[in-house]
Design a protein around this ligand. Sequence first.
Ligand code: NAP
Length: 416
Amino acid sequence: MLWFLTRLSGGGSGWVRENGRVDSETPRSETPRSVVLLGSTGSIGTQALDVMARNRFRVAALAAGGGRVDLLARQAAEFGVAVVAVADPRAVPALKEALAGLGADPVVLAGPEGVAEVAAWPCDVVLNGITGALGLTSTLAALEAGRVLALANKESLIIGGPLVKRLAKPGQLLPVDSEHSALAQCLWASGPSGPDLRVVRRLVVTASGGPFRGRSRADLGEVTPEMALNHPTWSMGPVITINSATLVNKGLEVIEAHLLFDIPFDRIEVVVHPQSIIHSMVEFVDGSTVAQASPPDMRLPIALALGHPGRLPEVSPPVDWTRAHTWTFEPLDDDAFPSVALARQVGEQGGTAPAVYNAANEVCVDAFMKGGLPFLGIVDTVAKVVGEHSPGRAESVAEVLGADEWARARALELTA
Ligand SMILES: NC(=O)c1ccc[n+]([C@@H]2O[C@H](COP(=O)([O-])OP(=O)(O)OC[C@H]3O[C@@H](n4cnc5c(N)ncnc54)[C@H](OP(=O)(O)O)[C@@H]3O)[C@@H](O)[C@H]2O)c1
């Protein structure tokens, strides 16, 4: 059962008219869609604001960590936001000063409770663009409050799978990850009445291969943070960029695909596609494969989630079909990049195992960035922590966060 998919519409109440012509704005009679944006100062957050600035949206509230208060204040002032939250209470005085300097006077909430309050704020859609396991509380708060949730923060679904699935009602959760947005679009092509898992043979998740595609394990020993942060096709926040270099991100996405689409792990393939034009594919039982293609630009899946079930006009330039292109596909090298196989293993185990994989990885990425762990040590350490863990139930926040805490402590010991 697909518990989040509702059909894309081309209908008159959406953004695209039935005759296929697009309006540059929603019909004037429609109230702008209101959005709560969590992680507004990050890569997803700033791209989401770019999409919203060019279409009829209202930004109801913003939240961020507190590391970039000047940017947060500028966003609040530019979009006339009524409520702003920062996770780090120490950032509040500087934020208030920056807001006052811009003549803006929104309500300011502080601490993780303030961010969770904003996640539940009345709006049409909440976009969770927080990075890491920290996003779980906000995901749960938004779902509990009955909000439609556009989910970029894959970690919250991966670590809190059973909790999130129990709370999410049909149509409430929309994927923002480009691969899952692509899979959802391909699944809509199952048949005339929408997604039908009975005719799906496999999900094929594409991976750029990251900056070290083609290298052997022996070649990866000397990789520095600077080299790992140099992604060939996507510009993203630092954690997901390192995760793309180790392919942990692809491992997380395999678990995410399993949880979103209820397809068993042995029917989810990963294929390396260096050009990042095909964002994923669905193979059907008749031998047909449907793929979603567009130049790499996160504004597209963001817009699809924010505008759901319609499509916004001219979000991003399409593929230029007047030029010659070469798209290539190759198998994943599991020896150089064991992170995907390890993710499949923890995904199959379920319970707290994915939370442990993710938490250990977050600690190891931090240690690598600070120069305290070699590149290969990231996944080697995650594997060690996962190997020492006996998965338990992940039915409550306490169970998930308990496993997360244990894994962080163990990974810290191993990387000290
Ligand atoms: N970037 C992409 O292209 C992309 C693509 C697919 C999926 N994703 C997923 O989207 C999520 C965000 O990624 P990103 O690349 O945008 O990360 P990012 O650039 O590092 O941004 C993270 C955002 O989260 C905020 N934040 C940190 N801690 C917070 C907290 N406790 N409460 C509220 N906000 C907090 C940060 O605020 P400060 O600025 O104050 O630190 C920042 O606004 C991740 O789960 C990632 O895997 C990203």
